[in-house]
Design a protein around this ligand. Structure first.
Ligand code: ATP
Ligand code: SF4
Ligand code: MG
Length: 401
């Protein structure tokens, strides 16, 4: 019996040569079509210029769907994601590995691995500050080059991979300033770089200016990456796991630095992490992602004082608390479903310890359980305003459009 079960399982994930050919043909057709559509949209400014729903937001993710057309099928990495990043605020995006946090931020930077990776639906609005906004999804590369590193900048997990090992760090900061301010005098550029080094808490700034990345410690290198990210006074900084590669004490220093900088500069931060502890002291708003969708979002207070989705509750239980002795940290049982064939019921159902009869139905709708607190779970269906389900894109329909 068991043998038969495993055979069946193997059979379901096995792709025959003809299926594989069909997938390749489909991927070629759809990516060609999407690239063509994108190209024509990017020629017409009216197609990539839009308006913010709320001018107080810097970024609005509006039902964003980013898919990868892979050799094994369509990976719906981000599927109907809705959230805003208000001006001068920190939004924490949390969730376990593979839930779509980085793909969300790469969609905003338009740094997806194209043509395989495509934002197939929704709008990503980026506030220009003049009453209009870019719809990043259709914005041409020539405009994106002016936005990236200038208005939207990024800090990555591993500083050594973001820095060029053969150039002195001072020159690397200079380069970013020159790229976006070609009219600036050489002395003024260096002065700005030294100012940035000062801002990120580097004591010996003149000495460090002439050092190579390998001469610095991990924490110092991450400070340099932050200086590069801040060099052009961006409106938003995306920090993707900025402290994961650092040891605990340095982690705390870098987080302190980011917190202080946010107060000094007029930037918002999109802080991506799998660690709820990091978000706790930093974020104003929290977005919890699971398998490409948002399962809960709200202010940090709402999420930490009243975690509602069973997944968020599980994440809270698996977070160590200082001064609290436990035999073993809680571990959410089971695994994330296969991204190529997502179920048509709640993605968390097979791991959920609180599931009920309703949970066998369609994917749960979003329910507003507080002013800013939204949760996608059947447990709350009678406890708030039902807003509707995240909208997915039917790729078969897309190809026949
Ligand atoms: N270039 C790619 N090609 C195919 N699939 C991809 C690609 N990049 C990401 N994915 C898939 O998209 C999903 C989301 O990935 P993503 O990198 O956003 O996860 P994450 O939440 O950032 O995880 P982590 O915490 O490990 O960084 C995963 O299932 C991943 O396999
Ligand atoms: S909808 Fe049901 S299965 Fe899904 S998280 Fe809520 S209680 Fe669990
Ligand atoms: Mg990631």
């Amino acid at each position: 019996m068991d043998n038969e079960k495993t055979k069946k399982k193997k059979k379901s994930s096995y792709i025959t040569t003809s299926e594989s050919r069909k997938i390749t043909r489909f991927n070629r057709r759809i990516t060609k079509k999407l690239e063509k559509k994108r190209e024509s949209a990017s020629k017409d400014p009216s197609l990539y210029t839009t308006k913010m729903k709320d001018p107080e937001n810097v970024v609005e993710f509006d039902n964003v769907c980013t898919y990868f057309f892979t050799d094994v099928g369509v990976v719906k990495a981000v599927d109907g994601v809705n959230f805003n990043i208000p001006k001068c605020s920190t939004v924490g995006v949390v969730g376990e590995s593979g839930c779509g946090k980085s793909v969300t931020s790469l969609s905003l930077m338009q740094l997806l691995q194209r043509p395989m990776g495509q934002t197939v639906g929704g709008e990503i609005r980026f506030n220009k500050g003049d009453g209009t906004a870019y719809n990043i999804v259709n914005t041409p590369n020539s405009v994106m080059e002016k936005i990236r590193g200038n208005k939207i900048s990024m800090i990555f997990q591993e500083p050594m991979t973001s820095l060029n090992p053969i150039f002195k760090v001072g020159k690397q900061i200079d380069e970013v300033i020159i790229l976006h301010n070609p009219e600036m005098e050489k002395e003024a550029v260096k002065e700005r770089t030294l100012e940035m080094l000062d801002l990120v808490g580097i004591a010996n700034k003149e000495g460090v200016y002439d050092m190579y990345p390998h001469e610095l410690s991990g924490g110092m290198r991450q400070r340099i990456c932050i200086a590069i990210a801040l060099a052009c006074s961006p409106t938003i900084i995306i920090a993707d796991e900025p402290t994961t590669a650092l040891d605990v004490t340095i982690q705390a220093q870098i987080l302190d630095l980011l917190r202080n900088l946010k107060e000094k500069l007029n930037s918002s931060i999109m802080l991506i992490t799998h660690d709820l502890g990091v978000v706790a002291g930093m974020a104003d708003y929290v977005v919890v992602m699971y398998a490409g969708r948002i399962v809960e979002k709200g202010t940090a207070r709402e999420i930490f004082h009243n975690p509602s989705h069973p997944y968020t509750i599980g994440l809270m239980k698996s977070k160590p608390v200082v001064g609290q002795k436990v035999e073993e940290l809680y571990n959410i049982p089971g695994n994330v479903p296969n991204p190529v064939s997502m179920p048509n019921y709640c993605y968390f159902r097979d791991r959920c310890e609180m599931r009920c009869d309703k949970c066998d139905g369609a994917y749960p709708p979003e329910v507003k359980i507080g002013d800013t607190h939204i949760v996608s779970c059947y447990r709350y269906i009678d406890k708030g305003e039902v807003l509707g389900q995240p909208k997915s894109v039917d790729v078969e329909e897309l190809i026949n459009e």
